[in-house]
Design a protein around this ligand. Structure first.
Ligand SMILES: [Zn+2]
Length: 343
């Protein structure tokens, strides 16, 4: 086969395992067409024209279907999602969306309910992958949190409540990522909080050694080392006079003293260094040097960024249909609704 440019020949030199090749060879015996698919949606089509071959790019658009699922927590969020056959990545994304308003280690209770409207991609009727979460609701101990996806005029994707307040908060509720905790560990089976704030000025999260610990907000590491009964300790200073401390670590993350961290960065791993009877994270929250209860202080912090007043009309018109649709599905308690969107 002769290819008429080196750029096109390069495509064939870079055929990786998993690529799908289709040859069209008529009776005459000469290759007429070659289709190379990198994945179900992208590839190249070589077509013989005279003595040589021309190449066309193949780009297919998947059909987007929407799926609506409802789950109830009886043991863990993870298992509730599994029971309803919601992909683990989708459940994880939902936990991230609500990470500023719900502590997924300590807050969920049996009977909590959640619903998710998310996209699935199909090609020629076949499922090829999961898409975005469009809207979600979590009812935690009777408190209702609703989030809808919105793309602002700068193209930024975010999740907001229907009033236009961002779900992303200055601080994460939990310094631990619920999905990094080994799956056989169920915090709700233990006493969830050893929260004797006066005695030791913090919240303890029991978790297996090695569970990653996240910075709950953007800031700068001001201490990373050993310190008495704290054992291995990381202190982060945040703007606005806030400070968070993470103690008894087994190992430190990649951030040394002086380093900048972003919310969600892994700053260490759970351990039992210092005076700790078992592996747990001891987490403290200070405001202008004064200890506060990490579980309640976040409610008293300044309100999260909301949609600009001049963008509010745009936000409402973009999300109103979605909110209506979501509310209707939720009211019907429908487990699954397949709706095919116009492409
Ligand atoms: Zn403690």
């Amino acid at each position: 086969m002769t290819i008429n440019s080196s750029a096109e020949a390069k495509i064939l030199n870079r055929v990786y395992p998993g690529y799908q090749l289709e040859f069209k060879i008529p009776a005459s015996g000469e290759l007429e067409q070659l289709r190379v698919l990198k994945n179900p949606l992208e590839g190249y089509l070589f077509t013989r024209t005279g003595g040589t071959y021309s190449v066309d790019t193949i780009v297919k658009t998947p059909e987007i279907r929407q799926t609506f699922k409802v789950g109830t927590i009886s043991d863990s969020l993870f298992l509730a999602g599994k029971r309803e056959q919601i992909p683990a990545t989708t459940i994880m994304e939902m936990a991230n969306i609500f990470g500023g308003v719900i502590d997924f280690i300590l807050d969920p209770r049996a009977g909590d309910e959640f619903s998710i409207l998310y996209e699935e991609k199909y090609l020629d009727g076949e499922f090829i992958g999961h898409g975005e979460i469009l809207a979600s609701r979590f009812v935690n101990q009777g408190k209702v949190f609703t989030a809808v996806r919105y793309i602002d005029d700068e193209g930024e994707v975010g999740y907001y409540n229907p009033q236009g307040e961002s779900m992303r908060k200055a601080f994460l509720r939990s310094p631990l990522d619920v999905f990094r905790i080994s799956s056989n560990f169920n915090p709700s089976r233990r006493h969830p909080v050893l929260n004797t704030i006066r005695a030791h000025k913090g919240t303890d999260y029991a978790a297996p050694t090695g569970t990653p610990i996240r910075a709950t907000s953007d800031g700068r590491v001001t201490f990373s080392g050993r310190k008495g009964s704290f054992g291995n300790l990381v202190i982060i200073k945040h703007s606005g006079g806030f400070e968070t401390k993470y103690a008894h670590l087994n190992k430190f993350g990649a951030y040394k003293k002086g380093a900048r961290v972003r919310q969600g960065d892994i700053i260490g791993y759970v351990g039992s260094t210092g005076s700790a009877t078992g592996p747990h994270l001891h987490y403290e929250f200070l405001v202008n040097g004064v200890h506060q209860n990490p579980r309640t202080i976040v409610d008293k912090l300044p309100k999260a960024r909301s949609i600009d007043p001049d963008q509010l009309q745009n936000f409402k018109s973009q999300t109103a249909g979605l909110v209506d649709q979501f509310n209707t599905l939720a009211a019907q308690g429908q487990k699954r609704a397949l709706l095919t969107l116009a492409q």
